[in-house]
Design a protein. Structure first.
Lengths: 340, 129, 538
C-alpha cells in the first residue's frame, strides 16, 4: 500500500470537489476574485519570507563542489565552468545549472552486470523529463500572460507572448491550434509520477509531499487541456475575470456566473499551488540560486573568504607542547625555545 | 553580508515580474469585455448555421472541418440541422452576412488576444474594395 | 573482529528496499556493524561534553537528561550559522538522482545509504521541529518526533557516510551530503556520541601534534630511519632538519606517512625530492600532522587542530608551507584554512625557489600541494628522472575524494605520473576525476571492526581497478591520500589480489636520479628492480 500516494490522491480529490462544485453554489466572487488575491499574496510573501530566512544565515565557508580541474599552474588547463575561480565562471556555471540542469545531465545508472562488473550507464531520461516538465510549464505560463494583459500591450510591447504561442502551435494542427506545451506538460508530469510509483528506490523515498504537487500540476494541466480542446470555454468571459482581477475593477457577477465549473477548478488548483509553493519542496526553484556548492568560486586559497562568526578557539600552543616534551626534545637533539 | 544585496535585488526583480500585470492593469476598465457588432446584413438574415452560443464555441471547429472537407474531399456543401444548405466558404458564406470583420470577428479575437491564422490566406472581400 | 564473507558472496547485493516504511526500520547494531565508541578520556582531553563510557550495542546509550533540548538547540544554532544546512534542508525534491551515486549504497543496497534518505534522517527532525507543515501533517509531510531510536539511526548512518561529495556532483541543487553528515556528527558530539577511531586521533593530535600520538623524539627517529634506508638504496646521505627557524619552507604531511607502509615510501620520496632540488625546508614535530580528524567532529575542533600549521610557520619564520599527499587535509586547506585561521600575513605568497614559479592559486593561504610543486619542477626540467625504474609497474591513479571534489586537483598528479612511469592507465571515466569513488573508509571510518562495511563501500573503487587490472595488467594503484594508502591495500587484497598501493611520490622517488647516487638495484620498498641487478648497459 502506497499510503503517501493515496493520501495525496485523496487530498487532490477533495480539493477537486471543492474547486468544481463550491464556486457555482454562489461563491464565484470568493473563488474567482478573493482567493486569487490571497494566493498571489501568500505566494509572494511566502517566497520572500523563505528566501530571506535563508539569506539570514551566513555562508561561513567556501564549499563549491569542484567538478573539474582547478585553477593551478598556468600551463594546466582549468575547467573554468565546473571549477570556476572567477565570478564570470560562477555565473556561467549557475546558468548551466539553472537553465540546463547540468548536474542532472550527468546522471548515470549503476548496475552490477555479469555477476561481478559494475557498470555506470548514462541515464538521460530523468534529465529529459525534468527539462520537458519545467520548460513546458514555463511556456504554458508565458502563454497565459495573454489573459493578464490587454491586447494592445501584448501586440506592442509583450510580443514575445505571441511569438511563443506561434512557436508552440508550430504544427498548426486543428482549430483552436494544438499548443504542444500543454500536452508535454501533462506527459512529463505523468512520467515523473510514474517514476515515483514504479522505481522501487524512488518509491521508497517518496513522501506525500512529493506526490501531491505532481498530482496538483497534473490536475492543472488536465483541466486546462479540457477547457481548450473539449469543453471550449468562453475565453472572452475568462479574460474579463482575469483582467478584472489585475485591474482591481472586477467584472460583473453575471459574467462570473457564466463561466463553467472547470474554469473554477483550474483556478482553484492554481491558487492551491501558489499557496502551497513557499512552504514546500517547490522552493527548490529559489534554493538552486543559493546553493553554496554551486554559486561560489573555488578561490579560497587565492582570496580569503570571511566567516562572520569565526569562533575563538583554544589551541594547544607550541609552548604547552614544548613544556610537555622539553626533556625528550633536548635529549633527541631537537631545538627548543626554552632550555628548561 | 554583501550577498544579501544580491538576494534582495533578485527578489525585487522576481516580485516585480509577478506583479507586472497588476501595475499595467491598474485602473483599466478592460473587464467589460468585447462588444461584437452584428451587421445589418446578418440581422436581416436572422439566423446563422447554428445557435449563437453554439457558434461562439464551435465556429473555429466548423471552419476547420470546412477547410478539410473542401480541400481534401472536394465536398463544398454544408447542411444544417433544419436542412438548409450552405456553401462551405469563409469569405463567401460567413463574411457575406458578417460583412464587418473589424467590428465582429476582430473584436473578440483582439480582446482575447487570439490570432487565428484564417487571414494568413483568406481575405476579407470588403477590405479589398 | 567479525568474519567477512567471500567476495563472491558479498557482491550479491539486493538493492530492493524493504516493504516497511523507512521510519520503522531500526538500525543494525550487531557486532561488526558499528564502529567502536570513543573513550571518555579522549573526549575529556579536548573538552567535549557528556563524556562517558557507553556502547552502541547497549539498549541504553546513557543520553544526558536534556538530550532533546541539546539536539533542538544545537540544530537551531547550526541552521543560523550555515546557509548550506537551511537550503539543503528545504530544497531537496527527492528526485533520486543521488541514490546510486553513493559507494555505500552500491555496496550494501541499504536504502538508508542513498544520500537522499541519509539526509532525510536529519530532515525529518528538521521538519518536525522547525516547519509548520511538518508540525501539522507529521508523517505525511515527512516529519517525525525525535526519539532515542532516531539518535541511534543517526549514529549508524552518519558513520556510514565518508563525506566524499560524490552525490553532490549529481544533485541538481548541489545538495552536499558531506555538509549534512558534518552537521549530524556535530549534533551527535553534543551528546557525547562519537567514535574511537576519530576521537583518539583528535586528542592525540591536540597534544602530540599528530593523529598517531608520535612524540617529538620518535618522529625524529622515524625520519632518520627513512634516511638510513634511502642511503642504503641510493648511496646519498640526507640530513633533514626539524623545527628549524629560518628555513624557507615548512613541510607538513599526514603522520600516517611516517607510520605505516606504503605511506612511508612516499615520505622517503619527499625527502629525496627535497634533497635533489636543494630545498631549504624544515619539518615540524609540533605541526607534524597534515590530516585533520577534527573535520570529522566539529568545525571548531577542525580549527583548533589546523591552527597549529600557521602558528608553527609563524614561530619558525618560514616563507610559506608545502603540504604533502593527503585527502581530507586538502579539503581543509583549500576550503577552510584561510577562512578559519587566516590571514597568514606573516607568510609570503609561495614562490618555488627552484623554478621561480609563483603559485598564484595559493597566494592567500600560502600553502602549496606537493603535486602542484612537483609538476612545476618537472615542467621546468628541474628533475632528472628515469621512468624506466618504474617499468615493472603498470600504474593507475585513484583520485581521492577531497582533492577531486573539494579542490579540483586532477591533472597535476597525472602529469607527474606520466613523467615518472612509462605505464599509466586511467580507470573508466565514470570512476575517476570528479566522478571518483571513495576508498570506502574515509572521514574516520578506516577502523578494523567495520571491515565488512569498508569492503562494501570500497567495492565500486575496487571494481574499477579490477577493470584496468584485467584489461591492462595494472598492478599498482597510486593515490595522493594517506587514508587511501592505509585502506586500499586490504581492499585490493580482498577484491583485486595482485594490485599494490603506493603514493605518488614513491614513484617520484623511484624515478629520481639523484646527484652522486649509486646504481639503483632496489626500489624504495627495498625490493629488487627487475632487470637492474648486475645489468648495466644503459
Amino acid at each position: 500500500m502506497n499510503l503517501n500516494l493515496l493520501f495525496s490522491l485523496a487530498a487532490i480529490l477533495v480539493l477537486g470537489c471543492v474547486g468544481y462544485f463550491v464556486p457555482n453554489a454562489g461563491l464565484q466572487m470568493f473563488f474567482g476574485v478573493i482567493l486569487p488575491y490571497i494566493a498571489v499574496l501568500t505566494f509572494l510573501c511566502g517566497v520572500i519570507w523563505r528566501v530571506m530566512k535563508w539569506a539570514k544565515s551566513p555562508v561561513p565557508f567556501r564549499i563549491p563542489t569542484t567538478c573539474g580541474q582547478q585553477q593551478s599552474l598556468p600551463w594546466i588547463k582549468q575547467n573554468k565552468i565546473d571549477n570556476p575561480s572567477t565570478t564570470t565562471g560562477v555565473i556561467i556555471r549557475m546558468f548551466f545549472e539553472i537553465f540546463l540542469f547540468r548536474s542532472l545531465f550527468r546522471n548515470t545508472k549503476a548496475e552490477i552486470k555479469d555477476g561481478d562488473k559494475i557498470s555506470y550507464e548514462w541515464e538521460i531520461f530523468l534529465w529529459v523529463g525534468a527539462l520537458a516538465f519545467h520548460y513546458s510549464f514555463l511556456t504554458v505560463l508565458v502563454r497565459h500572460l495573454r489573459f493578464f494583459f490587454e491586447d494592445t500591450l501584448l501586440k506592442e510591447k509583450l510580443f514575445f507572448v505571441g511569438i511563443i504561442e506561434t512557436l508552440d502551435g508550430f504544427f498548426q494542427i486543428g482549430l483552436p491550434i494544438v499548443l504542444i506545451s500543454g500536452f508535454v506538460l501533462l506527459a512529463a508530469v505523468l512520467f515523473l509520477l510514474s517514476r515515483r510509483v514504479l522505481n522501487p528506490q524512488v518509491k521508497y523515498i517518496s513522501l506525500a509531499a512529493d506526490y501531491f504537487p505532481l498530482l496538483l500540476i497534473a490536475g492543472i494541466a488536465a483541466t486546462g487541456l479540457w477547457m481548450r480542446y473539449i469543453e471550449r470555454v468562453d475565453v472572452t468571459a475568462i479574460k474579463q475575470i482575469t483582467l478584472g482581477i489585475v485591474s482591481f475593477n472586477w467584472t460583473s457577477i453575471d459574467v462570473m456566473k457564466s463561466v463553467s465549473g472547470t474554469f473554477y477548478l483550474h483556478l482553484f488548483f492554481i491558487c492551491t499551488l501558489l499557496i502551497y509553493f513557499p512552504f514546500s519542496k517547490l522552493m527548490h526553484a529559489a534554493g538552486v540560486f543559493l546553493s553554496p556548492t554551486r554559486n561560489l568560486a573555488n578561490n579560497s586559497r587565492m582570496v580569503r573568504h570571511i566567516n562572520p562568526w569565526n569562533p575563538e578557539v583554544k589551541v594547544h600552543s607550541y609552548e604547552s607542547y614544548e613544556n610537555d616534551f622539553r626533556e625528550k626534545m633536548i635529549e633527541a637533539g631537537l631545538p627548543v625555545d626554552k632550555e628548561s | 553580508m554583501n550577498d544579501k544585496i544580491k538576494i534582495i535585488a533578485g527578489l525585487i526583480i522576481f516580485v516585480a515580474i509577478c506583479l507586472s500585470p497588476f501595475f499595467m492593469g491598474l485602473g483599466s476598465d478592460s473587464n467589460k469585455g468585447p462588444d461584437p457588432v452584428i451587421s445589418e446584413t446578418a440581422k436581416k438574415k436572422g439566423k446563422c448555421i447554428l445557435e449563437k452560443t453554439e457558434m461562439a464555441k464551435q465556429h473555429m471547429v466548423i471552419l476547420d472541418q470546412w477547410r478539410n472537407s473542401v480541400v481534401r474531399d472536394a465536398q463544398r456543401v454544408y447542411t444544417t440541422k433544419d436542412g438548409k444548405r450552405f456553401d462551405m466558404s469563409l469569405s463567401n458564406t460567413c463574411l457575406d452576412c458578417h460583412d464587418n470583420k473589424k467590428e465582429f470577428c476582430d473584436r473578440c479575437h483582439d480582446y482575447a488576444s487570439v490570432t487565428p491564422y484564417c487571414w494568413d490566406c483568406h481575405i476579407n472581400p470588403k477590405e479589398v474594395k | 573482529m567479525v568474519d567477512v564473507v567471500k567476495p563472491e558472496e558479498m557482491i550479491k547485493i539486493d538493492p530492493t528496499p524493504p516493504s516497511t516504511n523507512w521510519m520503522d526500520v531500526p538500525p543494525d547494531f550487531s557486532p561488526g556493524k558499528f564502529p567502536y565508541p570513543s573513550q571518555a578520556k579522549s573526549l575529556e582531553a579536548v573538552g567535549f561534553p557528556n563524556a562517558r563510557e557507553w556502547s552502541p550495542a547497549d539498549e541504553d546509550w546513557k543520553l544526558p537528561e536534556n538530550w532533546q533540548q541539546i539536539i533542538h538547540e544545537g540544530f537551531k544554532e547550526r541552521l543560523d550559522k550555515y546557509r548550506s544546512l537551511k537550503v539543503f534542508m528545504d530544497s531537496c525534491v527527492r528526485c533520486g538522482a543521488c541514490a546510486d551515486k553513493c559507494h555505500f549504497f552500491i555496496g550494501t543496497g541499504d536504502p538508508k545509504n542513498m544520500p537522499v534518505l541519509r539526509a532525510e534522517l536529519l530532515r525529518s527532525i528538521y521538519r518536525n521541529d522547525f516547519t509548520t507543515i511538518g508540525k501539522m501533517l507529521g508523517k505525511f509531510a515527512g516529519a517525525r518526533k525525535l526519539t532515542p531510536a532516531v539518535i541511534k539511526e543517526w549514529f549508524s548512518y552518519f558513520y556510514q557516510c565518508t563525506e566524499c561529495r560524490r552525490c553532490s556532483v549529481f544533485c541538481p541543487y548541489g545538495i552536499d551530503t558531506a555538509e549534512i553528515t558534518m552537521m549530524a556528527r556535530e549534533l551527535l558530539h553534543l551528546l557525547g556520541l562519537s567514535i574511537h577511531w576519530i576521537m583518539d586521533p583528535v586528542s592525540n593530535c591536540n597534544r602530540t601534534g599528530n593523529h598517531l600520538g608520535i612524540q617529538p623524539q620518535n618522529f625524529k627517529e622515524i625520519i632518520e630511519f627513512f634516511c638510513e634506508d634511502i642511503e642504503e638504496i641510493t648511496g646519498v646521505t640526507l640530513n633533514p632538519s626539524f623545527n628549524r627557524k629560518g628555513a624557507e619552507v615548512l613541510f607538513i604531511t599526514p603522520s600516517g606517512d611516517a607510520f605505516a607502509d606504503p605511506g612511508t615510501y612516499s615520505f622517503m620520496g619527499y625527502l629525496m625530492l627535497f634533497e635533489h632540488i636543494g630545498l631549504d625546508y624544515t619539518l615540524s614535530t609540533y605541526a607534524s600532522e597534515g590530516g585533520n580528524f577534527g573535520l570529522f567532529t566539529s568545525s571548531e575542533m577542525m580549527k583548533r587542530l589546523n591552527a597549529k600549521m600557521y602558528r608553527e610557520a609563524e614561530r619558525l619564520g618560514v616563507k610559506w608551507i608545502l603540504g604533502g599527499e593527503c585527502g581530507h587535509m586538502w579539503r581543509v586547506i583549500n576550503q577552510y584554512m584561510g577562512t578559519m585561521n587566516g590571514p597568514a600575513n606573516f607568510l609570503e605568497a609561495p614562490v618555488s625557489p627552484i623554478t621561480g614559479t609563483k603559485f598564484e592559486n595559493a597566494r592567500d593561504t600560502k600553502m602549496v600541494h606537493i603535486a602542484e610543486f612537483t609538476a612545476d619542477l618537472i615542467k621546468n626540467n628541474k628533475l632528472n628522472l628515469d621512468p624506466s625504474r618504474n617499468d615493472h609497474l603498470k600504474v593507475t591513479y585513484h583520485d581521492s575524494c577531497n582533492p577531486a571534489r573539494g579542490m579540483g586537483m586532477l591533472d597535476e598528479p597525472r602529469f607527474v605520473l606520466e613523467n615518472v612511469c612509462n605505464n599509466f592507465h586511467d580507470m573508466p571515466e565514470s570512476t575517476i576525476r570528479e566522478n571518483t569513488f571513495c576508498c570506502g573508509s574515509g572521514s574516520g571510518l578506516n577502523t578494523e571492526e567495520i571491515m565488512d562495511l569498508r569492503l562494501r563501500g570500497g567495492l565500486p573503487r575496487a571494481n574499477a581497478v579490477k577493470y584496468v587490472h584485467e584489461k591492462h595488467g595494472v598492478n599498482m594503484l597510486s593515490c595522493v591520500c594517506a587514508i587511501d594508502r592505509a585502506v586500499l591495500p586490504p581492499l585490493m587484497d580482498y577484491w583485486v589480489p595482485g594490485v599494490d598501493v603506493c603514493g605518488l611520490h614513491e614513484l617520484v622517488g623511484n624515478a629520481l636520479v639523484m646527484e652522486g647516487e649509486i646504481e639503483r638495484e632496489m626500489d624504495l620498498r627495498m625490493e629488487d628492480l627487475p632487470g637492474k641487478e648486475g645489468d648495466s648497459d644503459e
